[in-house]
Each structure stands twice: as C-alpha cells, then as structure tokens.
Design a binder for this molecule. Structure first.
Ligand code: UDX
Ligand code: UDX
Length: 475
C-alpha cells in the first residue's frame, strides 16, 4: 500500500511540527492537519509567520516552504479523514480531573472521540497511528471501536478495514524540529508487518533503517511512558542531591559532571533546576502509577510516585527559601521573575515550575514583575488565575497596592528598578548576558539574585554587589 494522503487530528505541539517535517521530507505525500479549534487553525494559516500558534526554532521556515503545497491546516475533519490512507491521532490526553483514577489516569475522551470519527468517516483501508502519549493498551480501545465499523460494513460496497499502530513521539519542545529530523530512534508498534512497513517507508525518507525499531503494540506504548519516566527520574534524583549540596558545601554542577562522566550513567538530564515541567513528564509518570495500582503493584506505584513528589517539593522548597532570605516576608517587595516557560525556546507553560513558584510568592504578598520573551500576558493570566495589573511602562516604581499582584514587562532592561530580588526560572539565552552591575544600581538594597538554572557567572554577580543563591551551591 502506497501512502498518498495523511491526515493528522490535532494541530498542537506534537501534531503541528511532526506533520511539518513529514511534509517537508515527503513531498509526494499530501499532509492535512485538522483540529476542532478554529482559532488555532487560523493561526497556523496566518500570513504572518510570527503568529503561528507555537514557537519552535526552525518551524516557520518549514511552514513557509510547505504550507498550501503539500501541507494544509483546516477544520474539515470529516472530509480529510475520508480522504486519508493514514491517520495520526495527536490530540491531548490530560490527567483526569474527576471519577475513577482522578489525578493520575489520562482522560481518553478525546482519543475515543477521534476513533469514533475515524470509524464513521474513513473509507476503504486506513492505517490509524497513535501519536499521542497514551496509557498502555489504549490501542486496544481504538481497535475495538474500529472493529465495530469493520463488522458493520463487511458486506457493503463501502467496506472499511483498519490497522492500528503505535508511533510515540520523542521530540522535546524547543528542539522539536531537530529531534524530528535526526531522531535517536523511531518506534513503531503494531501487529500487521505490512502496515508497519507503510509507516516505516515514510520515515526511511530521512531516517536510517537501523534507527527504526519495530515492536509489538503494547511494548511501544509502554516504552514511551518509560522513557519519559526515566528522564524525569534523573531530574528528581539530581534535584534531591542539590538539596544535600546546599547543606554540605558540595556543588551540584561539579557532582553532575563527575557522575555524568561515567559512561554507564551519561551526562544528559543531570542539570539540577527548579523541577521538571512540560505536558508529558508528570502525566506519564502518573499514568504508570495508576497502571501499577490497577494491576496490584503498590510498591511499583509508590516508587514512581516519589519522583513526582520530589519534583513538587523542589519547587516549593525554592519558594520557601526565597521568603526566608528576604527576612520572612514578601509584602511590599518587588520580585522580578525571569522566564515563565517550562524551558527555553518554547512558549509552552504547561506544568512550568515558574507557575507554582510565582503562585507561592504572590500568596506571600509579593509584587511580581514577570518577563518571558515568548509567553504572552494572556497565557500568564490564565495560568496564575489572577488578572495582571496594567503593564509597567519604563520601569516605574511599584506601589504598595500591588501586593499579591503581577505585571508583565516586555523589555528586560525595564524590569529591575527598585526590585528586591530577581529569580531566574527559565534558561533563556538573553538572561545569560545580563549586566549585573547595571542591575544592582537599579535595585533596592539588600538585593538578591536566585539562580535556579545555573546560568549566571557567580563571581560576576557577587562582584556587582548582589547576594546570590544558586541551586545546589553549598558555598
Ligand atoms: C501531545 C500529545 O498528543 C499528548 O498525548 C502528549 O502527552 C503531549 O503532547 P500536544 O500536541 O502537546 O499533545 O497537545 P496540544 O498542543 O494540546 O494539541 C492537541 C490538539 O488537539 C489541540 O489543538 C486540540 O484542539 C486538538 N483536538 C483535541 C482535536 O482536534 N480534536 C479533539 O477531539 C480533541
Ligand atoms: C519530554 C521528553 O524529553 C520527550 O522525549 C518527550 O517526547 C516529551 O517530553 P519536553 O517536556 O518537551 O520533552 O522537554 P525536556 O527537554 O525533556 O524537558 C522537560 C523538563 O525537564 C523541563 O522543565 C526542563 O527544564 C527539565 N530538565 C531537563 C531539567 O530540569 N534538567 C535537565 O537536565 C533536563
């Protein structure tokens, strides 16, 4: 079977970039990305490429090359499903808020809704690919829904047949395009080797065959959850050690380097910070916790749950120590938050540590000035659930009625006037070049810098006259 038309349901952080790269690498395939969110689709179609709904380095160049040629964004879900030989399901799977498994299990209502739409509108033979990260055995749910459709059309002219594959995404935001172009591996899980080959042939256009791993469906689903759980576990491990460093005089950067030089451990994902964020890590670990509890494995559940607990603790411990260093009270104090995204090079704030830390500080009565090069005021409003006060103009002094409130400042240089503390929460490049001497001159004394990402040069900051706290720095 030769794939000519692909439809991807879900134009989000995963669906958008993944389909852009497939369209770019396979110009003989038509790629249609559909979404129920009309506003998001309009942004994907905007003639101003700065208005794309997500920010990813390298994305807009691909959109410029392929959009309206073999890459299209629309809300024509029924038509595009009908036309497709292969359908990717790339919709969101948030953690359930109520009912059985609330707070841990993934809410599969969108995935189920998509499977039902595919069952209804698909024609002939269709390969359905799970792209969303899903609990193990979700492919079973999709297959059951599609089977019903196979049975009911068996004897008609409009006979429908399906194959279901799992093809989890390993891209990390901020480096998504590069991760898609040069993946460590592509994982395809499935039962029918012909269907697996069809998908493998697409990736073979740019990925060497030895990097395309073929597994059964359930291994593929579990491998994705486990990858994220292992990465997150390393971060919680190193963050737990950061606290020991601060008590003992050790330095977490030196410890990370020393242990990362052991080739059995490896150097990646050993940067201590304010805790992991992003849409995947917490959700995927909680999925493993839920599955383990469901299958009667409480020890396994509690092992993985501790990774999330440690992450929450790391965030609140930073908030607490900021309050402590600032004489136990934040009321009438101006605090500058540098970075609101969960990591650099993305506008995504899902599970961002900056959210929890900002909320803690607002609760303590601080007046926050928030800067982030890519996150909008509307997004911060949504995340903090507190309306911003009017944007600062020209770094005006903050007045006391701003207690427990926040303002967005778009110009980095205008953030610091009369501030008591600066908290570095996202490792954006522009924060690495801050002229601390100048900043010190503008701040109220004693002035503090809290560097949770190890991006400052400590001797420069201290030489400028500022007090510096760095993550995992015991000196
Ligand atoms: C992805 C994966 O799909 C998710 O499982 C993984 O854990 C995180 O990454 P992501 O692309 O980041 O999700 O999600 P999001 O940016 O929210 O995009 C999902 C899109 O699907 C949204 O634009 C939403 O409107 C759309 N959607 C949702 C549909 O088009 N149809 C639906 O029925 C539900
Ligand atoms: C992650 C996985 O890396 C990716 O394979 C999967 O498909 C989706 O989830 P993402 O969440 O986009 O990707 O970003 P990632 O680079 O993994 O960072 C996650 C969080 O961990 C960020 O908050 C980051 O700041 C933090 N982190 C990462 C650390 O605190 N220390 C590190 O050493 C690395």
């Amino acid at each position: 079977m030769q794939i000519k038309n692909i439809c991807c349901i879900g134009a989000g952080y995963v669906g958008g970039p993944t389909m852009a790269v497939i369209a770019d690498k396979c110009q003989n395939i038509n790629v249609d990305v559909v979404d129920i969110d009309l506003k998001r689709i309009q942004k994907w179609n905007s003639s101003n490429l700065e208005e794309l709904p997500i920010y990813e380095p390298g994305l807009k160049e691909i959109i410029q090359r392929c959009r309206d040629k073999n890459l299209k964004f629309s809300t024509s879900i029924k038509e595009k499903i009908n036309n497709a030989d292969m359908i990717f399901i790339s919709v969101n799977t948030p953690t359930k808020k109520k009912g059985f498994g609330a707070g841990k299990a993934s809410d599969l209502k969108w995935v189920e809704a998509c499977a039902r739409q595919v069952a209804l509108y698909a024609s002939n033979h269709t390969i359905v690919v799970e792209k969303s990260t899903l609990p193990v055995r979700t492919a079973g749910v999709i297959k059951e829904i599609l089977n019903e459709s196979e049975i009911s059309t068996k004897n008609s002219n409009l006979k429908k047949t399906f194959d279901v594959l799992s093809n989890p995404e390993f891209l990390a935001e901020g480096s998504a395009i590069n991760d898609l172009i040069s993946p460590d591996r592509v994982l395809i899980g499935g039962e029918n080797p012909n269907a697996i080959d069809c998908l493998a042939q697409i990736y073979q256009k740019w990925v060497p065959d030895e990097k395309i791993l073929r597994t059964n469906l359930w291994s593929s689903e579990l491998a994705k959850l486990t990858s994220n759980a292992f990465l997150a576990q390393r971060i919680s491990s190193i963050n737990s050690i950061s606290a020991i460093c601060e008590e003992t005089g050790a330095d977490i950067r030196e410890v990370s380097k020393a242990i990362g030089s052991d080739s059995r451990i490896g150097s990646k994902f050993l940067n201590s910070g304010p805790g992991f964020g992003g849409s995947c890590f917490k959700k995927d670990i909680l999925n493993i916790v839920y599955l383990s509890e469901f299958f009667g494995l409480p020890e396994v559940a509690s092992f993985w749950e501790s990774v999330v607990r440690l992450n929450d603790w790391q965030q609140h411990r930073i908030s607490k120590l900021i309050v402590r260093k600032l004489f136990g009270t934040l009321s009438n104090k101006k605090i500058v938050i540098l970075g609101f995204a969960f990591k650099a090079n993305t506008n995504d704030t899902r599970e961002s540590p900056a959210k929890n830390i900002s909320k803690d500080l607002l609760e303590e009565g601080a007046s926050l000035v928030i800067h982030d090069p890519k996150v909008s005021s509307d997004q911060i409003n949504f995340d903090l659930k507190i309306e911003s006060t009017k944007p600062l103009t020209g770094g005006k002094n903050i007045s006391f009625d701003l207690e427990g409130k926040w303002q967005k400042e778009n110009n980095l240089e205008d953030c610091f006037k009369d501030a008591d503390a600066v908290i570095l929460l996202t490792e954006w490049d522009e924060y690495k070049n801050i002229k601390w001497e100048k900043v010190f001159g503008q701040m109220r004394k004693p002035s503090w810098v809290f560097d949770t990402r190890s991006i400052t040069n400590p001797s420069e900051v201290r030489k400028a006259g500022l007090n510096l706290w760095r993550i995992g720095d015991g000196l």
